[in-house]
Ligand binder design. Structure first.
Ligand SMILES: [Fe+2]
Length: 371
């Protein structure tokens, strides 16, 4: 079985995951880079060593403007920001990009970054910025809204939403009881050529990061080596699900919201597909935490902290509960969207999001020939 590389014509950079079924984002940061670099120079020339790490109190006066580097789905973050601006009057500028693109940019900009807040789809990009010591502590009032399993032990950023790993399968070809009991079984010879994934995306790489954390680097390397033999790579989770729906491949290892988003719409890319959750604390039951953090270098930390508090508060989490992002609400006791399997029933493994390391992931995946 050859390693069929299916790359749809499109405008996505290699590491940019398709954000949602509805949101295909062009890269806008390329054109913004020159302006950002100029701003960075200007800021460092002013000698602004803005490293206010003190967490402002949650009732500090909030005003002015902030800039959000956003790697979350554009519609979701726009809904959060619009409601926040309506409530507080704070003007918010959003710069969109992928997890890795924006984490790399923040690290390159360092203290001169114009970003006040960083929002991601997955944890490894947050961990990268945290490891560069660029995050301020998150306000205590915000942390108190988020159960500890949905935020890093370090409290340098917080979870804002979550997404579950899922194996979607072609109902016409496979019965549920024929599916593997564990994600690790996809490495077995009988699964050769029978599953798809999007290895270049931050979504899949977060699953690999969790595998490393749960089973160790050696076990992860063996699994990735088998994946190179067994899996059909597609570019983007929605493309992988479409391939299952079209009968090209029996299953795909993706995130849950691609299926539920399509089902809530036309269903045209998932009519022949069903979701299968590994559960049982399996690495394949990994629940990936989307992150939000405030940069130490923020010139308006009170407003930046207020945005995180808003997103993790009742109103922000209700956007997840009632909207069409189909990502999981995780904070302020707001339940999941009614269409989803409740989080408690996913039986996800316990993983500290602060320990998910993107560098080890890309090293191992490169070694395995997947990148
Ligand atoms: Fe995604």
């Amino acid at each position: 079985m050859s390693y069929a590389l299916v790359v749809p014509s499109g405008m996505h950079a290699p590491d940019q995951e398709v954000a949602s079924l509805m949101t295909h984002r062009p890269l806008r940061l390329v054109v913004a880079t020159a302006a950002i670099s100029a701003a960075a120079l200007l800021l460092s020339a002013c000698g602004g060593d803005a490293t206010d790490t003190s967490a402002p109190s949650s009732n500090a006066k909030v005003e002015g403007a902030i800039t959000v580097y956003n790697a979350q789905h554009e519609e979701l973050s726009q809904a959060w920001v619009d409601a926040f601006t309506k409530e507080t009057g704070v003007k918010v500028t959003i710069r969109n990009g992928s997890d890795t693109e924006l984490s790399n940019q923040i690290v390159a900009e360092g203290k001169a970054s114009p970003a006040d807040v960083f929002l991601t789809e997955n944890s490894p990009a947050m961990a990268q910025v945290e490891n560069a010591d660029l995050f301020a502590d998150v306000d205590k009032a915000t942390l108190e809204q988020v159960p500890s399993q949905f935020r890093p032990s370090t409290a340098k950023w917080t979870g804002i939403a979550a997404r579950s790993t899922v194996l979607v399968y072609d109902k016409r070809k496979v019965k549920e009881d024929e599916l593997p009991k564990s994600m690790l079984d996809l490495a077995k010879p009988e699964w050769k050529g029978r599953w798809a994934a999007s290895p270049t995306g931050a979504d899949f790489q977060a699953i690999v990061a969790a595998l490393i954390e749960l089973k160790g680097a050696d076990a992860a390397e063996q699994w990735l080596t088998a994946m190179k033999q067994n899996a059909k790579p597609y570019k983007g989770n929605s493309t992988a699900m479409k391939a299952v729906n079209a009968g090209e491949v029996e299953t795909a290892l993706i995130y849950h919201y691609y299926y539920y988003g399509d089902q809530a719409g036309t269903g045209e890319n998932s009519a022949n597909v069903a979701p299968y959750f590994f559960k049982n604390q399996d690495p394949g039951a990994f629940l990936s935490v989307s992150g939000g953090g405030v940069l130490k270098s923020s010139k308006n930390p009170a407003a930046a902290q207020a945005l995180l508090k808003f997103i993790t508060g009742k109103a922000g989490q209700e956007v997840l509960h009632t909207g069409d992002s189909f990502e999981y609400a995780i904070a302020s006791d707001v339940p999941a969207n009614a269409a989803l399997v409740p989080i408690a029933d996913l039986q996800s493994p316990t993983v500290d999001p602060a320990k998910l390391n993107s560098k080890t992931v890309t090293d191992l995946m490169t070694k395995a020939g997947l990148l």
